[in-house]
Write a new protein. Structure first.
Length: 221
């Protein structure tokens, strides 16, 4: 939900039909299909107790150079991030704490090396940054476990971790991956997201068009 290093105040207001996140003066609704959801999930995750899953079901681009970052997701993607950053939240589809749509496999978006693994960031929780052979950096936050180490070589579609709700603000939202892309430049910290709209990149590479609300790709809230 939130990149590392951003100080914010968040409260939750629940109406009959919609859950809202209140951030400063902004009132931002969650995606429509997440209405009436139970967000009090089990976010305490012992990653060491969960063996590395395989990548069955991974979605690859037509040239096999890129992989959609989550396997078996039945949720939606945010077209844009609630705070205006160039980042998106990819939801697992979990609607109740007892739903099996949790701890889903996350895979390398493209081949490259592991730039960073941070295990306990206050906001991002367990997060990973990959540096692709394409010169771009990829940020994955709110993981339960990672199965990689710094400087390790990874291939597109290789499992690198599993989803969870680690990090402060992920605890009050449905389980999801916070995903951002930085094209070139110095090593980013993703405090303000990346510089590439992740949803349009995903749509171009995989033909996936499940963001809500449609037509609002990386538009400021």
């Amino acid at each position: 939900l939130l990149a590392p290093g951003i100080a914010t105040f968040i409260a939750i207001a629940v109406t009959i039909n919609t859950i809202f996140i209140i951030q400063s003066a902004f009132l931002v609704p969650t995606p429509p299909d997440l209405a009436d959801i139970v967000v009090e999930n089990s976010f305490k995750c012992d990653g060491s107790a969960i063996p590395k899953p395989d990548n069955t079901g991974v979605i690859m681009s037509s040239d096999n150079k890129y992989a959609y970052p989550m396997i078996n997701s039945t949720g939606t993607d945010n077209c844009s991030h609630w705070d205006g950053d160039l980042a998106i939240d990819i939801y697992t589809g979990q609607k109740l704490a007892t739903d099996p749509q949790k701890n889903l496999p996350l895979v390398a978006y493209t081949s490259g090396k592991v730039d960073m693994v941070v295990k306990n960031d206050s906001l991002g929780g367990l997060y990973v940054i990959l540096k692709g052979d394409d010169g771009r950096y990829y940020y994955y936050a709110h993981l339960c476990a990672s199965y990689i180490t710094k400087d390790q070589r990874v291939e597109a579609g290789e499992v690198i971790g599993i989803t969870n709700q680690s990090g402060l603000n992920a605890k009050v939202t449905p389980e999801h991956l916070h995903f951002a892309i930085q094209d070139g430049g110095i090593e980013p910290d993703f405090t303000d997201g990346g510089n590439v709209c992740p949803f349009t990149d995903i749509r171009e590479k995989f033909g996936i068009n499940k963001c809500r609300p449609p037509g609002q790709e990386c538009v400021l809230p």
